[in-house]
Design a protein around this ligand. Structure first.
Ligand code: SF4
Length: 104
């Protein structure tokens, strides 16, 4: 395999992997929920669940994140998706808010 073909195959593999782990294409145009957005702040939204202070937010339990939540509209294996609680925005799969409800 020539270097050019090898480079093409490698870049194609990387692009395919990126497409599989990101949310659907139409959601990529949506802004992420910000922790300072009033609706998000009211629900203690955290863009990274692992940074949550369990003393301040005792309702949070290790292992809870958007990817495990019933309101998350992305596939569990994607890095982001939409949430029924925040219309017109997307959330990181490892985010969390107080509306978390375990996916059945
Ligand atoms: S409701 Fe669920 S999916 Fe939406 S931000 Fe909160 S934890 Fe994430």
């Amino acid at each position: 395999m020539s270097t050019t073909r090898r480079t093409f195959v490698a870049s194609g593999t990387l692009m395919a992997a990126a497409a599989l782990t990101a949310g659907p294409a139409w959601t990529q145009a949506l802004p992420f929920v910000s922790e300072s957005d009033p609706p998000a702040a009211a629900l203690a939204f955290h863009s990274e669940a692992s940074t949550i202070d369990k003393q301040k937010f005792p309702q949070y339990a290790v292992g809870q994140s958007c990817s495990a939540c019933a309101f998350y509209e992305g596939k569990p294996e994607t890095t982001d998706g939409t949430c029924q609680m925040y219309s017109g925005k997307r959330v990181q799969s490892n985010a969390w808010c107080a509306a978390f409800f375990k996916r059945p």
